[in-house]
Ligand binder design. Structure first.
Ligand code: ATP
Ligand code: MG
Ligand code: MG
Ligand code: MG
Length: 560
């Protein structure tokens, strides 16, 4: 590409409203321009990087057995009403009306559209499994669009959806997608980590996020120094309804008293009779009864929402006087795995007395348990996890890192197929809801994440696999005939060798050309300068700054 023919509007100044490196450089090097808050145009260089990432995504999707489709961005409200998300998705969903006053949404995601499509087109187990994907513009009216492409209101996503007749088949495709995602982010050169995630509003259970490690990341990851354990500690709050319950089963109301020593201890603290020191509180979480054994003077302060590992924790507040006496503002019972609560609802008291959970300060709980030490590792509430704690899987210690979520895979189960009646006939002719998975990658966010990771003080340093061009060819003085001639010859040869070349044929000062070249950051720069008369050019590697001199023949030999 001749630089005089394309549009690369570089800027020397750092744009005032861009506060992270990737955003500043994408603007300065002329890759993108902002139209409105969270809404961007991709200029030629930006579009090329986007295409390169998309190409990697397409190759890996194909390898995972997924087939490309393209669905509408404009979606009828009815579909979202059927799934219930018209009411639960909130203001992030952009809604509009057509001329007949019918309601629509701009696609924030496509579970509804694809489920309604597959429901009509696939009726038999023989057609399953099936995995479809698309690369498309998504719309989300984000509360705080920021960091350029990292959190836009209009952005490009690859979203894939799989349909199955068995859980094993879903597990199999989930694994393939997980692998495909790892390949994609590796090929993009990203320093990433797959982490256990929260299913949030999507209603899934098994789910992982792919996080690019970066200081500007909005998520916090807890990971082990010695094992694969890694999880997003930030909770997407789901509504956990709770109420104190008097209609609980009798078995729950029977309190097994904890050991005498603990009672004596509490009794001493509170200066109350032993029988007043302990009480059972019963409440409902997600329609399940849960019993918590608490100190006599405690009230339920708050029941925390589910966290990334599906755990619910209960916070109990002590009255002011006790707080002072004990230096213990909040006694906390929990974390308790919600799965365990369900299974153990009848024996929850025993569960607690046995010391699976306890207060969060030594000496103020009934039974001598401590978070981190005695909690069921599988359900450890990560909100309590601190750097330096032992990893919940028992291997290594916990470190924190900030991450940018670039991909997300979910096992959706039958959440959408049941709501929208997407069923197939099994081998015995019985109707069954389809089992689903969904898999998203923020393509434009991935571009920004690479931009964030690959730069230095002069500009971008694009990794080979996704660089907009391989080579920046720069004749220093286009009025010099020898230089122009050699540059033109090289340009033709390089194209013949299938290199992507940006040819700076502009009549600009050398300083401008080199500064632009550093800013744009292509992996290899070929400078055709004074030695052109002797047929010699200079090759400079952007990453290391190494410089070599070659004749045209040597260069072509090297580049074979
Ligand atoms: P976030 O937690 O950052 O808001 P999300 O969990 O809402 O993201 P998903 O619904 O999982 O996003 O969508 C799949 C992928 O789309 C995300 O992993 C992310 O890479 C990308 N994505 C989501 N929201 C945006 C956005 N506003 N701008 C750019 N990319 C986004
Ligand atoms: Mg979001
Ligand atoms: Mg998220
Ligand atoms: Mg997500």
């Amino acid at each position: 590409m001749k630089q005089s023919m394309t549009l690369i509007p570089t800027m020397r100044e750092i744009p005032a409203d861009a506060d992270v490196k990737s955003h500043q450089l994408l603007l300065r090097a002329g890759f993108i321009r902002q139209n409105a808050s969270g809404i961007y145009s991709f200029l030629p260089l930006g579009k090329k990087v986007l295409q390169n990432i998309e190409q990697i995504v397409r190759e890996e999707m194909m390898a995972a057995g997924a087939v490309e489709v393209l669905m509408p961005a404009l979606q009828q409200a009815e579909l979202w009403q059927e799934s219930g998300r018209w009411y639960s998705y909130g203001p992030e969903l952009m809604r509009l009306k057509d001329r007949h006053d019918r309601e629509f949404a701009l696609g924030a995601t496509h579970e509804e559209v694809i489920t309604s499509l597959i429901k009509d087109e696939v009726k038999s187990y023989k057609k399953l499994p099936l995995t479809l994907y698309q690369i498309q513009t998504k719309f989300r009216d984000e509360k705080r669009p920021r960091f350029g492409l990292l959190r836009g209101r209009e952005f490009i996503m690859k979203d894939a959806y799989s349909f199955h007749s068995s859980q094993e088949s879903l597990d199999d495709v989930y694994q393939k997608m997980y692998k495909a995602y790892s390949n994609i982010f590796e090929r993009c050169g990203l320093n990433y980590r797959a982490v256990i995630a929260d299913s949030g509003a999507m209603g899934g259970k098994d789910t992982h996020e792919f996080m690019v490690l970066s200081e500007i990341g909005e998520d916090t990851i807890a990971y082990s120094t010695e094992s694969d354990f890694a999880a997003n500690i930030e909770m997407a709050p789901v509504d956990v309804k709770y109420e104190k319950s008097s209609d609980a089963p009798d078995s729950l109301k029977k309190v097994d008293t904890p050991d005498q020593k603990s009672i004596d201890q509490v009794s001493g603290f509170l200066n109350k009779k032993p029988e007043e020191c302990i009480k059972t509180m019963i409440f409902k979480v997600d329609n399940e009864y849960v019993a918590v054994l608490a100190r006599g003077d405690h009230e339920i302060n708050d029941i925390k929402v589910k966290n990334a590992l599906g755990a619910v924790s209960v916070e109990l507040a002590a009255p002011e006087e006790t707080k002072e006496k004990m230096d213990c503002p909040v006694g906390s019972l929990g974390p308790i795995g919600i799965e365990d609560m369900k299974i153990l609802a009848d024996t929850a008291v025993e569960f607690i007395v046995n010391g699976v959970c306890g207060a969060n300060e030594e000496g103020v709980h009934f039974i001598n348990v401590n978070p981190g030490r005695d909690f069921n590792a599988d359900y450890a509430d990560l909100r309590f996890i601190q750097e330096g704690d032992p990893s919940p899987d028992g291997k290594g210690i916990i470190q924190f890192a900030k991450g940018i979520e670039v991909g997300h895979v979910f096992k959706l189960g039958t959440r959408y197929s049941e709501a929208m009646n997407a069923a197939y006939l099994d081998e015995n002719g019985r109707s069954q809801p389809m089992i689903m998975g969904c898999y998203g990658i923020g393509v434009s966010r991935t571009l920004a994440a690479v931009a964030e990771q690959f730069n230095d003080e002069k500009g971008f340093v694009w990794p080979k696999n996704i660089t907009p061009y391989d080579i920046h060819l720069i004749p220093v003085n286009v009025k010099d005939e020898a230089q122009t001639k050699l540059a033109d010859e090289l340009y033709a040869s390089l194209l013949q060798h299938r290199y992507e070349v940006l040819h700076d044929d502009r009549q600009e000062r050398p300083g401008v050309k080199f500064a632009d070249s550093d800013l744009i950051g292509l992996p290899v720069r070929i400078t055709v300068g004074k030695k052109a008369a002797d047929g010699i050019v200079e090759v400079k590697l952007r990453e290391t700054g190494e410089v070599f001199e070659y004749t045209k023949a040597e260069l072509l030999e090297k580049l074979q």
